[in-house]
Design a protein around this ligand. Structure first.
Ligand code: SF4
Length: 498
């Protein structure tokens, strides 16, 4: 039977939610239905976390996994008690504890010879982040409150210096344990009592705390209630101002301004780009630089339009690569010929071997010649640099391709802004403003991170062939759409100047 607590309890994730925002904590406990279901990309990240967690356990051989589900916490606590009192069990995974209304599960508790334990929190990140310290601290508080002596607490994260050599991972190379005992104890002493008191008070309240929106809504995590809390915001809210600093945000809030259209002329602290956005929104028309026509005249057919997709997994896929190293696996290329004809070519690596050699060879032959290659931002240039280093024999050719890149994002920032961009220069936001007839809504994949995860899933040996085919087509469709979007944006810009 699942436990039914008489009053709300805290957990690691709820504590973390409460640190971000008391309103978020309240909504998570009482109104979780107001948050959307996790996206496929978020779900895939959870899956990666689970795979990393399972691998990390192998660093502590002979341990016992407390398999009792999370919703049967009392049972899990009891099973944990048995495991900890059995000196023959060197480590316990998913150990469960409860103390002062807080329920936690520890990734790993390792037994020491002196009757104490070492605590390990596994993170699929490349380093210890600030937000990991409270996460470990709350576990220390509960484990020690439950009567277990903890000698040291660690964050066990991925070591980015590790180079995968193929076969099974060398776990001692892949993982790195950083001792955060003193930082966690300092947090427990100085900050946790006040934070916990505020959380319990919020949870006793009859309604969600009236916390104002701000930087906290996206930091350190995008809040799952973001859309709910921002639903009544004006169409052009000040949060859309590019690179909005805390100082400007506070100044605008102090003046009671939430709508860009209400910012008075001459309001101090706006950057040149923010002023451009404001003037464009207030005037209800795009900003077009005086130099746009001349600049566009320099960009003539034949033109290539290029986009890469790369994968950068925590657990390296290919021998010779490091954790989180970006490995390109797919490109899409539209070519606009001098006679106005549009052609398309694509590459998507299908095998389980390193995609980079085939990626580079196919690309070099596809962009033969000297036509400019339109890209969006600097991602392709960075990947080409990586490729040149990885394949020295083709470095000259790859660098020659790189020298032909034309960054449409940089061009746009300099010459154009449409109020429909809502402060963003992301291609996904620029496209509906400039070329509303083309979008991503009909596609299975709609963003680069989802594409990378789809590619990983395509490589998993247990992914059924039918699903693999579906993902392959989704990847081809997505990347093709990105380069078609570049063509459309350039044509839309040309239409602005006649
Ligand atoms: S969106 Fe912002 S204000 Fe709303 S719950 Fe989340 S962090 Fe708090």
């Amino acid at each position: 039977m699942p436990d039914v607590p008489p009053s709300p309890t805290l957990s690691k994730s709820r504590f973390s939610a409460g640190l971000q925002c008391l309103r978020r904590l309240y909504l998570e406990v009482y109104h979780p239905e107001l948050a959307p279901e996790p996206s496929a990309a978020q779900q895939a990240l959870f899956d990666t976390g689970n795979r990393v967690g399972a691998l990390a356990r192998k660093l502590f051989p002979g341990g016992l996994l407390i398999e009792t589900p999370y919703d049967r916490h009392s049972e899990a606590v009891e099973a944990t008690g048995h495991a900890l009192s059995d000196a023959s069990i060197p480590a316990t995974y998913e150990a469960a504890f409860a103390h002062e209304g807080i329920r936690i599960r520890c990734d790993v508790l390792q037994r020491n010879g002196d009757g104490s334990f070492d605590l390990f929190e596994v993170k699929s990140s490349s380093r210890v982040k600030d937000e990991h310290i409270p996460d470990v601290a709350i576990q220390l508080h509960v484990v020690e409150g439950a009567g277990v002596r903890v000698r040291a607490a660690h964050v066990l994260h991925i070591n980015t210096a590790y180079v995968y050599l193929g076969g099974d991972y060398d776990l001692h190379g892949l993982f790195q344990a950083d001792d955060v005992t003193s930082e966690a104890r300092e947090f427990l002493r100085d900050e946790a009592p006040g934070k916990l008191a505020a959380m319990w008070e919020a949870l006793r309240s009859d309604e969600a705390p009236a916390v104002g929106t701000g930087a906290r809504c996206e930091n350190p995590y995008l809040c799952p209630f973001y859309d709910y809390c921002h639903q009544d915001f004006p169409e052009f809210c000040v949060e859309q101002l590019p690179h909005l600093s805390g100082k400007l945000r506070a100044a605008l809030a102090g003046a009671g301004i939430v709508d860009i259209r209400r910012i008075p002329p001459g309001f101090s602290g706006l950057s040149a780009m923010q002023q451009r956005v404001q003037e464009s929104v207030v005037g209800g028309r795009p900003f077009v630089s005086g130099g746009l026509a001349d600049a566009l005249a320099q960009v003539r057919e034949p033109l290539h339009f290029l986009d890469f997709e790369a994968v950068n997994p925590a657990l390296p896929l290919f021998p010779g690569t490091r954790p989180f190293q970006a490995v390109p696996f797919q490109w899409s290329l539209h070519t606009l010929d001098s006679d106005g004809k549009l052609r398309h070519q694509a590459f998507l690596h299908g095998g389980r071997d390193d995609p980079r050699p085939a990626f580079a060879e196919s690309l070099l032959s596809a962009v033969d010649g000297d036509a400019p290659i339109v890209v969006y931002a600097t991602y392709e240039a960075t990947r080409l640099n990586d490729l040149a280093q990885h394949i020295p024999s083709r470095a000259a050719g790859i660098q020659a391709v790189r020298s032909r890149l034309f960054d449409l994002l940089r061009f746009l920032r300099e010459h154009y802004y449409h109020p429909g961009q809502h402060g963003s220069f992301s291609l996904k936001d620029v496209l509906p403003a400039l070329a509303p007839d083309l979008g991503y809504g009909d596609l299975l994949l709609r963003e680069g991170s989802a594409a990378a995860l789809a590619y990983e899933k395509m490589l998993w040996p247990d992914t059924p062939q039918e699903e693999r085919e579906r993902l392959r087509q989704a990847l081809l469709d997505y990347c093709q759409r990105d380069t078609l979007a570049l063509v459309k944006v350039l044509k839309a810009l040309r239409a602005q100047v006649g």
